[in-house]
Ligand binder design. Structure first.
Ligand code: SF4
Length: 259
């Protein structure tokens, strides 16, 4: 599978060894990738935004829908044509501008603090230089910005800069737990690195897309469609979650797409 824009990392991969979980030897991440790729088809990486815009978008999208985040982002871009104007704006005015994204009183000062920090460290609002850094260093740089965690880091590096960083959202976290790709005590923050190391760097972005799409369409939080799941044969959670007589079909409206 060709994923344009993905950079290779010289890091050493730690391959998770299959072990029995509730009497079943689970699939490896590579096997899950292959089976979901067969079911969903090829995924191509197409950056939607530059790195700084993706960073701001990701903050706006926290705890809200894509639709509301999009409305907030468009309002911000329309009112403030430059990042400098966002930083210089009265925080209440910025909050009012992005109100459609929810939690505006928290997101507005966070966006200003992150942008000011980028400018203070680099002299500009351009973070494209991260793509030239080793992955671990790029992650550390982003996570040293105020309020930026592993998920935002994964989104920015993977989506905007084409780096093999894994972004783990609630769907990916749930699916990974159910398939035993990660252990039962692994937290969402820990899952990023574990899942990232379990798959070839060139496959990380598509793996994100496959898992999130599988979680939205089949392995739902409530009443997953185990009877219609291509991974059910060796899923350690199937026995406890499958619903006898269930004949619902996955919603075909969910296209394979990232966060
Ligand atoms: S069998 Fe059920 S729990 Fe397991 S991955 Fe498929 S939908 Fe999810």
């Amino acid at each position: 599978m060709a994923i344009s824009g993905a950079k290779r990392s010289p890091r050493k991969r730690k391959v998770l060894q299959p072990r029995r979980v509730r009497g079943i030897v689970p699939y490896t991440s590579e096997s899950v990738f292959d089976m979901l790729a067969d079911a969903m088809g090829e995924v191509e990486h197409r950056p939607r935004l530059d790195g700084t815009s993706e960073l701001v978008w990701t903050i706006l999208s926290q705890h809200t829908s894509d639709l509301n985040a999009g409305r907030a982002y468009e309002a911000l871009a329309a009112r403030f044509p430059s990042w400098q104007q966002v930083v210089d704006a009265p925080t209440d005015l910025l909050a009012a501008t992005i109100r459609h994204g929810g939690l505006a009183q928290q997101k507005a000062p966070r966006i200003q603090a992150v942008l000011a920090s980028v400018k203070g460290r680099t002299g500009s609002y351009d973070i494209s230089f991260l793509a030239e850094m080793p992955l671990a260093e790029a992650k550390a740089w982003l996570q040293s910005l105020p309020g930026v965690g592993p998920k935002t880091t994964g989104v920015v590096l993977s989506f905007a800069l084409g780096m093999p960083a894994m972004a783990v959202d609630t769907h990916i976290f749930r699916v990974s737990h159910r398939l035993a790709l990660i252990g039962p005590k692994i937290t969402a923050d820990e899952a990023h690195d574990i899942l990232e190391r379990s798959i070839a760097p060139t496959r990380v972005f598509a793996f994100h897309v496959y898992l999130i799409t599988h979680g939205r369409r089949v392995c739902k939080a409530i009443r997953p469609l185990c009877h219609a799941c291509v991974l059910s044969k060796r899923c350690p959670s199937r026995e406890s979650l499958a619903i006898p007589g269930d004949d619902r079909q996955p919603n075909p409206g969910f296209a394979a797409k990232p966060l």
